[in-house]
Design a protein around this ligand. Structure first.
Ligand SMILES: [Zn+2]
Length: 394
């Protein structure tokens, strides 16, 4: 069960840089690419640099006045920092303007669009862009460290190319609000987001009751997990919601977003998941693509702010899984990569490709659910809101 895979990579994606002190440090991308190479995974798949997304592609999701604002901020970041583009979400603490902001953002978007094109045309079964997954960007506004919504653009390109059914699964700790918004009224797209509850985390949306617009009822699915959920609960929730919906929707392509800010060490959130559980979810997405989408799988990165300790290991697992050359959890991280980490961060990293977690869970359907458990209440709220809209029993 594997297929021809491609990895989207252009060194210039690391120019997506909001500056010193910002959590979205591009060193996370450099270190991931470094670890992929240290394991020789770049020889196990085709590495491709796609061109940046052009105006007409960006306009599949974004408003032209917003794109113009990003271009202005890109050319004159100082003015944007002074507030000239504030109504577009640019120049805030989360989304500071920087030189070449448009170019770097369009390049990342281009990698996700290129990944979608390669999979749709059959040039690859799986395509990974770990620099992508910028799921908070709205049609007319930057948000949550995201300028152009490459995930929504990849899905939009699939629709434009003729896809009739696409499933988007978002396992970032934050709600995939920008992608949900882009396809709220689009019956050809099912967006499923599992995230920490809107009660405790940005962007404070993603309630189970958000199920899509009138012409696309059931097209949005949200699982709002309690803070502190942990591996067993996170995996239980994923398996209680995602596989049945994917099977019912019968997608032609699966697009998944693998933000790894779910991790217990992540500084911005509180879901307390391990690297091992993240690896289980990456494998599950791979399997779902083979079972229900003839292997067509576009896998994206996303959030993740433990930039050396967590992100590179998690996404290297993702690349290995897509390449059909999975890295065993107990594998030691290569010495040369530890040296790269030290050179770039002056820090050290965990020695193995595991957190040593068992990453076990019990299924929702075997053994029943516990009405007193907040996790089970959250899962059940989602199933009650969404499952009947897909002809499934909650
Ligand atoms: Zn996130």
């Amino acid at each position: 069960m594997s297929g021809r895979a491609q990895l989207m990579w252009d060194d210039q994606v690391t120019a997506y840089d909001f500056g010193p002190g910002h959590p979205m440090d591009p060193v996370r991308l450099k270190l991931t690419w470094g670890l992929v190479r240290a394991f020789g995974l770049d020889a196990r798949l085709k590495v491709v640099a796609a061109p940046p997304a052009g105006e007409s592609t960006l306009e599949l999701v974004h408003r032209s006045d917003y794109i113009a604002a990003v271009r202005r901020a890109s050319a004159d970041p100082l003015a944007a920092q002074g507030g000239s583009e504030a109504r577009y979400g640019i120049g805030s603490m989360d989304n500071p303007a920087f030189a070449a902001m448009h170019e770097a953002s369009a390049l990342i978007a281009g990698q996700s669009v290129g990944a979608a094109e390669a999979v749709w045309r059959g040039e690859a079964d799986h395509a990974v862009n770990f620099a992508g997954g910028l799921h908070h960007a709205m049609p007319g506004e930057a948000a949550g460290f995201c300028v152009y919504n490459d995930a929504a653009l990849a899905v939009a390109r699939l629709l434009e190319s003729g896809a009739e059914r696409v499933v988007y699964v978002d396992t970032d700790v934050h709600h995939g609000d920008g992608v949900q918004t882009a396809f709220w009224d689009e019956p050809r797209v099912l967006t499923i987001s599992l995230h920490e509850s809107p009660r405790t985390l940005f962007p404070h949306t993603g309630w189970p009751e958000e199920t899509g617009g009138a012409v696309a009822e059931g097209g949005a699915v949200n699982v709002a997990l309690p803070a502190g959920t942990g591996d067993a609960g996170w995996l239980r929730a994923f398996h209680a919601v995602v596989p049945e919906l994917v099977a019912a929707f019968r997608p032609q392509v699966l697009v998944s977003q693998h933000g790894v800010d779910t991790h217990v060490e992540d500084p911005l959130a509180h879901l307390a998941v391990s690297l091992d559980a993240q690896r289980v979810v990456a494998e599950a997405c791979h399997r779902l693509a083979h079972e229900h989408a003839e292997g067509r799988w576009v896998a994206l990165g996303g959030g993740g702010y433990a930039v050396a300790d967590v992100v590179p290991r998690a996404w290297t697992h993702l690349v290995g899984i897509a390449a059909g050359a999975p890295v065993a959890p107990e594998t030691a991280v290569p010495q040369e990569w530890q040296e790269q980490v030290y050179a770039l961060t002056r820090g050290s990293v965990p020695a193995r490709m595991t957190d040593g977690a068992a990453a076990r869970w019990t299924g929702f359907d075997d053994g029943g659910y516990d009405p007193a458990s907040r996790l089970d209440q959250a899962v059940l709220a989602t199933r009650r809101a969404a499952f009947p809209l897909h002809g499934l029993l909650p």
